[in-house]
Design a protein around this ligand. Structure first.
Ligand code: G6P
Length: 600
């Protein structure tokens, strides 16, 4: 998703902006732009990668001690230079960068055009620059409210313009002749970094950590004015406010690749540790949440992508371990269920980033109906971490690769922990997770990787791969298929074993690869499904702790009962990684995908 970076301070801004934008690359982007300077604005932007554009557009040559930069992930308007940020007003005196969606941009744009403004892009974002221009000219009469900020006319114009926006936004604005950055956020992430050399703004903490670990997490509608040596916080609703400075507790080294070629492989390899950290919870809180589940009148789990698969796995675990039914709904589909919510409903919102727009929207809808919220996220300070009544952190450390790997297994472990807590027995879960350490270490070892690399070599030219499982192995198949398709671009689909005969069997031809996830518990039935595949010429790859004559290939994993979804997902993550590498694709940044999807 779009990335924002800003700096004002004692140093030359352009090299800092380039480094900051490079640090934001993991969010996914198609174009880049920066603007620096105060007496005169210097703007450079184009489609492409930051490393190429840095040289081609001489980005680091731009002068000035303040500037803002942006990585764009297209939503409104095609991927073109003119649609890249920054956007400016008619006279190129005001420049803005924006992440989010301006829902009322058409309405605003029409009025601005009627008043003579000329637009250069097809984006929703550009209206912000023209609105500020409009208020700077004080020529009205666009509707607006009085400013609550007593500052320069630029600050005042920004306040009035921001108050006209509907939707979600993190915006940084600068203006010719003004030595300051003005920022605002609503429902889109924006973090402020405070250091001796100046003030930083970014969409996330990690990109700022090259300079400082002291950060301020902004609240909704916070409005910030940063100048060299000075920073002021306001809220558009309540005037001047104080915001605490927090120190980031993890180390930047954790967010760096180290000896690994890609973040994906590094993050896969961390899982022996990260699943242990997922269990480091305040057990009083876990027990309290278990009590809330027991007394909840309807329990919903909402999430997207891999987090959704972890929730589905959780629903099987709750049913099996604690004899309890919970509803799992895709956050983007949750509006269809909202009318069931009451004050007694309990909603679990699960999101690695804590910034996924669909999840946040669902949470806000649930809060409006008075339901209680439990947030499960990996990012302290994220919007979700501040929305809930209760918070559980995954403690996985930063996940940079667009694909979720370590955070998925951490989420599954947390589901298992909650399921055991419902039985008043988290100890048994903690012991089982400890016992996985060596198994995971082996599954991510060099020799296992080599075996999966060979399998990837055999599969890389396939157009279709299918995966089947039952129960906990079905949700594992769903997650495994997501991993393979998103990173290798091979069409990969998962089915419940029992559904094969209701349609998918028609897809099986001579040599069609089908992965079969097997556990002791459902071994016989899924092996029968594998035989149905085999009888139609399918190429069967078993993922299990014992070999079976029906398998053409066998990926050996130990049987870890309720934690099989963790142990069986890991070789599939490695396989997905190896497929991407063999196809010369970048596993960390699959095309068209973003790490944190902050638009609806
Ligand atoms: C994006 C990512 C997925 C992730 C999903 C949900 O689509 O590419 O890897 O599973 O968002 O993200 P969240 O941060 O809410 O868990």
């Amino acid at each position: 998703m779009c990335g924002i970076f800003g700096y004002v301070g004692s140093e030359k801004a352009s090299p800092i902006l380039c480094r900051g934008l490079k640090n934001l690359e993991y969010r996914g982007y198609d174009s880049v732009g920066i603007v620096t300077g105060s007496s005169q604005l210097e703007i450079r932007k184009d489609v492409g990668r930051i490393d190429d554009l840095k040289t081609r557009l001489s980005l680091e040559e731009l002068g000035g001690n303040l500037g803002i930069g942006h990585t764009r992930w297209a939503t409104h308007g095609r991927v073109t230079a003119k649609n890249s940020h920054p956007h400016t007003d008619c006279k190129n005196k005001v420049a803005i960068i924006h992440n989010g969606i301006i829902e009322n941009y058409l309405e605003l744009k029409t009025k601005l055009v009627e008043r003579g403004h000329r637009f250069s892009s097809d984006t929703d974002s550009e209206v912000i620059a023209h609105l500020i221009e409009e208020w700077l000219s004080k020529s009205g009469p666009l509707p607006g409210t009085a400013s609550s900020v007593n500052g320069s006319s630029f600050e005042d114009a920004c306040t009035k313009a921001f108050k006209q926006l509907r939707g979600s936004y993190a915006v940084l604005a600068i203006c010719e002749g003004e030595e300051k950055i003005v920022a605002v956020r609503k429902d889109s992430p924006l973090v402020v970094g405070i250091s001796e050399i100046g003030t930083f703004f970014a969409s996330d903490v990690a990109p700022i950590m090259d300079w400082t670990k002291d950060v301020v997490y902004l609240e909704n509608n916070d409005f910030v004015v940063a100048e060299k040596g000075d920073i002021r916080f306001y809220n558009l609703d309540s005037g001047e406010v104080k915001r605490p400075v927090s120190t980031v507790e993890w180390d930047l080294e954790e967010a760096k690749k180290g000896n690994f070629e890609h973040f994906m492989l590094k993050e896969i390899s961390e899982q022996a540790e990260t699943i242990q950290r997922a269990c480091v919870q305040d057990m009083a809180v876990v027990d309290r949440i278990a009590g809330m589940i027991r007394s909840g009148y309807g329990v919903f789990f909402i999430a997207c992508g891999s987090s959704y698969h972890a929730c589905l796995t959780g629903s099987y675990l709750f049913s099996k371990v604690a004899n309890l039914h919970v509803n799992v709904v895709l956050a983007s589909e949750f509006e269809n269920y909202e009318h069931f919510l009451t004050k007694k409903t309990l909603v679990f919102a699960v999101s690695q980033s804590g910034e996924t727009a669909d999840v946040l929207e669902a949470v806000r809808a649930a809060k409006r109906r008075g339901s209680r919220i439990v947030s499960i996220t990996n990012v302290m300070g994220s919007s979700l971490s501040r929305e809930g009544d209760e918070l559980l952190l995954m403690n996985s450390g930063p996940e940079i690769c667009v694909l979720s790997t370590k955070t998925y297994t951490s989420q599954v472990v947390m589901m298992a922990l909650l399921a055991c807590a419902l039985n008043g027995d988290h100890e048994s879960c903690l012991q089982k997770v400890k016992d996985l350490y060596l198994d995971i270490y082996n599954l991510t070892s060099r020799s296992m990787r080599d075996r999966l690399k060979a399998l990837a070599g055999d599969l890389s030219s396939q157009d279709h791969i299918y995966m089947i499982g039952r129960g906990l192995q079905y949700t594992t198949a769903l997650e495994a298929a997501l991993k393979v398709k998103e990173v290798s671009y091979i069409h990969t689909e998962a089915f419940a074993g029992g559904e094969l005969k209701h349609g998918p069997l028609a897809l099986i031809e001579e040599g069609t690869p089908v992965f079969v996830f097997v556990s002791k518990e459902n071994g016989d039935r899924i092996v029968s499904n594998a035989q149905e595949v085999k009888a139609r010429g399918g190429f069967v790859i078993g993922v299990s702790d014992w070999d079976n004559p029906v398998f053409d290939r066998w990926i050996k994993v130990p049987d870890c009962e309720d934690l099989n979804p963790v142990i069986q997902a890991i070789p599939m993550q490695v396989l997905a990684y190896e497929l991407a590498v063999q196809k010369n694709l970048d596993p960390d940044k699959p095309r068209n995908l973003a790490k944190s999807v902050t638009v609806l």
